[in-house]
Each structure stands twice: as C-alpha cells, then as structure tokens.
Design a protein around this ligand. Structure first.
Ligand code: UFG
Length: 345
C-alpha cells in the first residue's frame, strides 16, 4: 500500500516538533493524519495554526499515550501505517525534580502504547530521541556509533531506555521497522512565524528565552557560564531548524517503508556546526537588528561543554540536508515571538 493512502499517527501532534511535522507531512501530500495528544505541555489551538498554514486539520484524539482503551480504539479505527512518537516530557531540570513523573510519562506510558500498537499491527515507527543520549562526550563530532555515556538527567535516561526498549523489541521480532531520530538542538519556527514553540509555563531553552528577553518579557538573559574550555567560554551546541527536523520525519517514514530495517535504525539530526551561546545571541541580534541585554551567570548543572553532530548518515540514507541556517532559525523564532505578543495567542 502507498504510505499516503494510510493514516499516519502522530503522538504529541500539538507539541513543538509534532506540530511542525504535521505541517511537513501535509505539505508532502500526507492527508490522513491522526494526532494523539493530552495537552500536558501543548494547546489544542495549535491545530488552528496548522490549518492556517496547510488548509487542513488532522483527526484529533485527546488522550495520553498511556490510555490503553483509547490507543486500542484508535488503532482499530485508523489502522495507521506509520507512527511518529513525540509525546514525552522534555525539560532536563524538571526531570531531576520529578524523576518518577518522567519515568511514568516517557517510559511506562510508552510501554502501554507499544503494547496496544503492536497487539495486531506492525506499523512503521519513528521514535523521538535526542543527542542527550550521548551524555558527556569527549570526541566531536558525535556519530551514531559514538558510545553512549551514562545519562546526565532522568530525561536523558528515559530517552536511552526508550531507545533500548524499541531496539530490543525490534530485534526480537515484536515490532515493524523502527527508526530513532536523535535531535540536536531544534530551534526556530515556521519560516513566516505562523507556528512555533508554544509550551505551557516558563520555557527553559535558550532560543525561547532569548525571544522573551527581546520582547521585554524578561529584563535580561543569563548566560549559564563563560568559563568553559571553548573559543569564547560559553557552551557549544548544534542548533537545527525545526522545519528541517520536521521534514526528516517524513524522510524517515519513507526510508522505513522502502528498506524495512530489521533492527532499529538511528540517525543524528544536526547541522554539524557547533555554535556557542554568545554566537547564537549575536546571530539573533544581527538578523533581527536588535540588542539583547544579557548577563553572565554561573554554570547550569548538567550542561555539557560542547556537542555537535555528524549527520552524514541521515544525508546518505535519508537524503536529508538541513535547508536553513542559524540566521533563518533566529529570524523565524523572533517572528513567532512577535506573533505571540501581538495576538496574545
Ligand atoms: N543557556 C543559557 N541561558 C539560558 C538558557 C540556556 O546560557 O537561559 C545555554 C545552556 O547553558 C546551553 C545552551 O544555552 O549551553 C542551550 O541550552 P538549551 O536549554 O536550549 O538546550 P540543551 O543543550 O540543554 O538541550 C537540552 C537536552 C536536549 C533537549 C533540549 C530540549 O540536551 O536533549 O534540552 O529540552 F532536547
């Protein structure tokens, strides 16, 4: 069956990467999409924004992936040919304060979800993973086969164990094809600013905090440490545009469908360029013609000094190549923030 003729189930479809991925799917001709989300850290109004861009809405189911009856029902009703599993909590600091909440959401609920998904079917499965699984790496760039180090946070632990669970089940023949995508630092928004990251509560990632500071919602940005052994003393990350990440999911689905790997296939998704916190701030200031007030603060617990990707595997096997650069990321992030301000969305 042609992939486009079946349903694609997106868990966490109202979340940051989930919503952009629904847009990317629709723009590539995937019209049958079901979003399963319980709005733990997202809002149903996100579907209006998706519709404003694509002219369409997905089918919407409000429930947790750990809601056995609902998952069983939707598997019967839609018989998805592919599943993209985003639904998870993702705040590193919070995961250390509420470790069991993270284990419950990201692992226990996922186990229930997998049981219901694979009860009668073998859909393609794309798992949202993270470069956080590598832990404190010493050799850069990071390749897929770079050995994972002990997790630095409970969030990281849930991603490591999530990967292990899927890989093990896949090897033992309990799943269909599985792909894990390890995102580096997804940032930015839909290029014209009509969709972006819209979490509940206070953001804790750099780019949303830069945007809130530029919008005057915070007096200044705190740089977490300027005494790292890097070119300017601040941490280095591999920022990658959320629409590039979104499009990689479509390519991963098509890859899994075409090649049907027998073991879980892992791909790094980053640009391969390390960018320091100060460089990120400068790029934001340049492209948006703004001055950002910032102060240097102490190091943040759990931060690694530097991490950036080698993504040649994704390029070679998925045909994935990031289209957007750091300026595009910062421009779109600011457009989205302005939209949030103006419309009090
Ligand atoms: N930073 C600041 N000031 C801030 C916020 C962040 O200087 O106010 C710095 C951090 O110290 C870090 C860089 O900006 O050096 C990026 O920090 P983020 O919080 O944006 O992202 P992380 O690199 O910490 O990434 C983590 C996990 C990912 C996860 C991501 C999103 O490693 O797996 O958060 O939650 F996906």
């Amino acid at each position: 069956m042609n992939l486009r003729d079946g349903y694609i189930l997106v868990t966490g479809g109202a979340g940051y990467i989930g919503s952009h991925t629904i847009v990317a799917l629709m723009q590539k001709g995937y019209d049958r999409i079901v979003s399963l989300d319980n709005y733990l850290n997202s809002r149903p109004r996100t579907y209006d924004l998706i519709e404003a861009i694509t002219g369409r809405r997905p089918e919407i189911i409000e429930a947790s992936v750990g809601d056995r009856k609902t998952v069983a029902h939707l598997m019967r009703r839609f018989e998805p040919v592919g599943i993209i599993h985003f639904a998870a909590l993702k705040a590193v600091g919070e995961s250390m304060e509420q470790p069991y909440r993270y284990l419950q959401n990201n692992l226990a609920d996922m186990q229930v979800f997998l049981e219901e998904v694979y009860r009668t079917a073998r859909p393609l499965f794309i798992f949202s993973s993270s470069c956080t699984v590598y832990g404190e790496v010493t050799n850069l760039p990071v390749y897929e086969q770079t050995p994972r180090q002990p997790a630095q946070s409970v969030y990281g632990l849930t991603k490591q164990l999530g990967e292990d669970l899927l890989d093990g089940l896949c090897r033992l023949g309990f799943t269909g094809p599985v792909v894990a995508l390890r995102y580096f630092n997804p940032v930015g928004a839909y290029p014209d600013g009509r969709l972006g990251e819209w979490p509940l509560g206070t953001p804790n990632n750099l780019v949303p905090l830069i945007c809130q500071t530029a919008a005057g919602l915070r007096p200044f940005l705190t740089i977490h440490g300027k005494d790292y052994p890097t070119r300017d003393g601040t941490c280095i990350r591999d920022y990658v545009h959320v629409m590039d990440i979104a499009e990689a999911h479509v390519q991963a689905l098509e890859y899994a469908d075409r090649y049907r790997p027998q073991t879980m296939e892992i791909f790094n998704l980053g640009t391969g360029h390390g960018v320091s916190v100060l460089e990120a701030i400068r790029a934001f200031e340049e492209v948006n013609n703004l001055k950002l007030p910032y102060k240097i603060g102490p190091r943040r617990v759990g931060d690694v000094t530097a991490v950036y990707s080698d993504s040649t595997k994704a390029e070679r096997l998925l045909g994935w190549k990031p289209r957007f650069n750091l300026h595009d990321m910062m421009r779109s992030a600011w457009l989205w923030q302005q939209r949030l301000n103006q419309e009090a969305l």
